[in-house]
Design a protein. Structure first.
Length: 394
């Protein structure tokens, strides 16, 4: 099944919408979700699934360490407000509210972690702020001497936090001796439908792919009352999960409307309008069972969306460290989804890999004139020897 003609990422859109606060609004976060979806959809005809919430949390932790134009571009792309302690506290509260607001029949878990190079000096204020705001433990890693073992350790952590649904988030070679920091977020979701499909009503049916090919798939069906909207050459259906705290919104363009054209033209205001216009009606629902995973390296897309500086040697992460030599190497994202008669299982993980700049930022130190030098005991700070070289040929 090459492409589903429904907007699956709206599952996470709804999760974000339910967690409003004054600093990080559902409107801004949802605008980012839709813009990211459009960029992913424009790339190819494959299935799409991602977690805008996971990306926002991982990049929020990164944003805390950004300065100058780097900070501004990240804020513009993700819809972040001012880079303050209160902003990060409130974004962390959105995360905590999702986890702790109980809903029978729905399981959700979110975890963050900072993986910090043992030898690189980060500002304690930055590490403490991220740790407290995002509940992100800090683990010191020997990136310079054991990069491959570090990569495997991070991948195992992701697998554990997503119940083995996200495997090998960081590909071979993604962690090197230049790696200074990896910020990870993992999210796991499992929700039972408020009204489950009966297995005996599931049968094979045709599904027309984005390329116009007809394939045979398992189609679930039921007759019941659902919130639905019809208009603007589309239908929107709300499939609530148990407890009705979460829902999946399914957007289905009419047969004579191209999903590609719809994806690129739809706006946040459109989606918001359709949600407001949902009304309960009797529906004969036919919906495919599906299971797939997506993985992305998001440097090109995030750069295109408006934050290229963070990936360049002009990056400014001096809120993280006094040493101005950090940049984002890559943003890795993987997501898994399975929809069945029982409900939905979904997982996603994001890793922001920050490295020391190795090209174009070298410092020339040519000791071709008189200089002072000293020999110092680093443990105590005691200067044992000190001198000056006026003429090394003597």
């Amino acid at each position: 099944m090459k492409q589903l003609s429904i907007t699956l990422s709206l599952l996470l859109f709804v999760m974000i919408t339910s967690a409003q606060n004054t600093e990080y609004t559902s409107k801004e976060s949802s605008k980012f979700a839709l813009e990211m979806y459009k960029n992913l959809a424009a790339e190819d005809s494959k299935n799409i699934f991602f977690s805008p919430f996971s990306l926002s949390i991982a990049m929020g932790m990164t944003y805390s360490g950004a300065n100058g134009d780097t900070e501004k571009q990240i804020a513009d792309v993700f819809g972040f407000s001012s880079n303050t302690k209160d902003f990060h506290k409130n974004l962390g509260k959105v995360q905590n509210d999702l986890v702790h607001r109980g809903s029978k029949g729905v399981e959700i878990a979110i975890a963050n972690q900072l993986w910090v190079d043992k030898q690189f000096k980060f500002k304690w204020f930055y590490l403490r702020q991220v740790n407290r705001a995002y509940d992100a433990p800090i683990k010191r890693m020997p990136f310079r001497v054991e990069p491959e073992n570090c990569r495997l350790d991070i991948n195992r952590w992701v697998e554990n936090k997503t119940k083995d649904r996200i495997v090998d988030l960081l590909p071979s070679g993604s962690i090197t001796d230049l790696t200074a920091l990896v910020l990870t977020n993992a999210i796991y979701f499992k929700g039972q439908w408020d009204n489950k499909f009966r297995e005996e009503n599931t049968s094979e049916g045709d599904f027309t792919t984005l390329d116009g090919e007809r394939v045979r798939v398992k189609m679930m069906s039921m007759r019941d009352k659902f919130n639905v909207y019809e208009g603007d050459n589309l239908k929107m259906l709300e499939l609530p999960y148990a407890g009705k705290q979460y829902s999946m919104l399914v957007v289905l363009p009419n047969e004579d409307t191209s999903i590609k054209k719809f994806e690129q033209s739809v706006s946040y205001n459109d989606i918001d309008k359709y949600i407001d216009l949902l009304t309960e009606r009797q529906v004969k629902l036919t919906f495919p069972k599906f299971k797939f995973e997506s993985d992305y390296e998001l440097k090109p897309i995030l750069s295109k969306m408006g934050m290229p500086i963070a990936f360049s040697n002009a990056a400014d992460f001096t809120r993280m460290s006094r040493i101005p030599e950090l940049k984002i190497d890559e943003v890795y994202h993987k997501a898994f989804v399975e929809v069945s008669e029982e409900g939905t299982e979904a997982a996603a993980a994001t890793a922001v890999v920050i490295v020391r700049k190795s090209v174009g930022m070298s410092v020339e130190f040519n000791a071709n004139r008189p200089f002072m030098f000293l020999i110092r005991d680093n443990a105590s700070g005691t200067i044992v020897f000190m001198g000056r070289v006026s003429n090394p040929s003597l």
